[in-house]
Design a protein around this ligand. Structure first.
Ligand code: NDP
Length: 483
């Protein structure tokens, strides 16, 4: 069994008071590692180390820090399989998905921001008698708090731009998925990243996470997680005037218009609903189908869902494996119960039944992909984030109804529209209160574009310039040259 340590000031160490937590493989229920149960004293050490390291790190040129990002990307790429295996073990997700999405994107995040830095030019504003130069500095020390669904993918999405812009980091991964954050720390250690530039503190959200939020030396918080936790983050950090980026929950609509290419739309809607067992903030967990295509679309959609291969994470053919924990399984199942009470019909799934060639462990948290019809679009199941392999289906007649249904939640993160008339799709996209809309695709990401939500899905954007802007402060230097 692996013993995972904090990484503070260039050293791997247990928590100050020696407390630890067990980390389970959700697919088997086995303990796979221990992690430190860190407390405020550990965060204090990490923040002090980061504060000491920041001036020298910030004094490097952008190009020097971009070179560090290149080295990190290369080193992580060499560990691609190790990262994928660890992520699959920690989250219960299929190994093929962990390779294709988690491991690959963690490398891409560092490589992208290194390249993006090289495209930057100094921003200037010329006046008749003066020149303005916009200088960007790191904020100082930033706190990065990330969830369990895409552990290294989301952590590296924050670490790369944070380091690039001259910040030093105190990071806390979810205590459910510490393994790949630890691989990142090991990698940075092997590369001899200056000590204190990256610090990793493991433990529980209300303990170590809260201590990061409250630390007066930490100037910015980039948080990805649930909306309820996001409220705590904002309530704690905003009165301290910390810079805040909040990437929160979603309840995204997949809208099928009657002129959609049926085959493309069916496959796209299944991918949007059930990738990572629906545990992606961008997942299309509400399927809105135009009435005139419903009779053709729904049977094809359900057949495609039923053809998904459910099996152990280590099985190369698995498309659906364990969800994150038994506790989460009970939460998702309680929503399926609620759907029945709200008058819904289970069109497929709703059980722990298996179809994969490798039988899942009895202690795992496997749930068949579930499709529920017959619910009002205003029901709790259709408006609250379930974050599991459950999609609700709703039928609409007009585009105005589609807009009204799509906007009928407190969330506004993402969505997709499926139509052959892309002008119509774009017009409809503009009526939806959301941060991202894909047309005839889903989770198709250009890392330069703004990423983030509206309403209770978050505040601020990350990606490209938005990440560089968040992780820096600008000083406008207005110069009159007397010569
Ligand atoms: P949580 O909000 O429970 O946790 C997110 C992180 O916050 C974890 O590291 C958690 O630690 C920590 N945390 C918990 N309480 C506190 C606190 N009081 N102070 C500081 N940190 C705290 O989310 P989940 O991990 O359950 O992740 C799922 C959620 O994340 C879903 O709602 C999903 O939509 C959202 N998400 C949003 C994305 C986006 O880009 N908008 C992307 C991916 C996910 P610990 O785990 O130890 O409790």
């Amino acid at each position: 069994m692996q013993e995972v340590f904090n990484y503070i000031d260039g050293l791997f160490s247990p928590s100050v008071d020696g407390g630890h937590l067990e980390n389970l493989n959700p697919a088997t229920g086995e303990v796979i590692s221990t992690i430190p149960r860190s407390l405020q004293a550990d965060v204090e050490h990490a923040a002090s180390a980061a504060l000491r390291a920041q001036p020298a790190w910030n004094a490097l040129s952008l190009e020097q820090r971009a070179l560090w990002l290149d080295r990190i990307a290369d080193a992580l790429e060499e560990k691609h399989e190790h990262i994928a295996q660890s992520e699959s073990l920690d989250t219960g997700k299929p190994i093929a998905l962990a390779r294709r999405v988690d491991a690959a994107r963690s490398v891409d995040n560092f490589r992208f921001f290194a390249e993006f830095a090289r495209e930057q030019t100094e921003m200037t504003f010329k006046m008749d008698d003066a020149m303005n130069y916009v200088h960007r500095n790191g904020l100082g020390v930033v706190g990065l708090i990330t969830p369990w669904n895409l552990p290294l993918y989301l952590l590296s999405w924050k670490v790369a731009p944070a380091l690039l812009m001259g910040n030093t980091v105190v990071a806390k991964p979810s205590e459910l998925t510490p393994l790949t954050a630890n691989i990142l720390a090991e990698t940075l250690h092997e590369l001899n990243l200056p000590k204190g530039v990256f610090n990793l503190v493991h433990g529980l959200g209300p303990e170590v996470g809260q201590a990061i939020l409250e630390h007066p030396g930490i100037k910015g918080i980039s948080f990805t997680g649930g909306t309820a936790t996001g409220r705590i983050v904002a309530a704690t950090a905003a009165p301290m005037f910390k810079k805040l980026s909040l990437e929160l929950g979603g309840k995204n609509a997949t809208i099928i218009l009657d002129d959609a290419d049926l085959d493309i739309a069916v496959k796209g809607a299944v991918r949007a609903a059930f990738t990572n067992s629906g545990q992606v903030c961008l997942c299309g967990s509400r399927l809105l189908v135009q009435s005139s295509i419903a009779d053709a679309f729904l049977p094809a959609f359900i057949a495609e869902v039923e053809a998904m291969n459910i099996g152990a994470p280590s099985d190369e053919t698995s498309q659906i494996s364990s969800i994150i924990s038994r506790e989460h399984l009970h939460k998702v199942e309680s929503y399926i119960e609620l759907a029945l009470q709200e008058g819904g019909d289970i069109l497929t799934g709703g059980t722990r039944a298996m179809t994969g060639p490798v039988g899942p462990d009895a202690h795992g948290a496997y749930l068949a992909p579930t499709v529920i019809g017959g619910l009002s679009h205003l029901s709790r199941c259709a408006t609250e984030e379930i974050f599991g392999p459950v999609v609700t289906v709703h039928i609409f007649d007009t585009l105005e109804q589609a807009t009204e249904m799509a906007n009928a939640t407190e969330y506004g993160l993402a969505g997709s529209i499926w139509t052959k008339d892309v002008a119509q799709g774009r017009a409809l996209a503009q009526t939806i209160d959301t941060g991202i809309v894909w047309i005839n695709t889903w989770l198709h990401r250009d890392l330069r574009t703004p990423f983030g939500g509206v309403k209770n899905s978050g505040v601020g954007r990350e990606g490209g310039q938005w990440s560089l802007g968040f992780f820096s402060e600008t000083t406008n230097i207005c110069v009159i040259d007397p010569k």
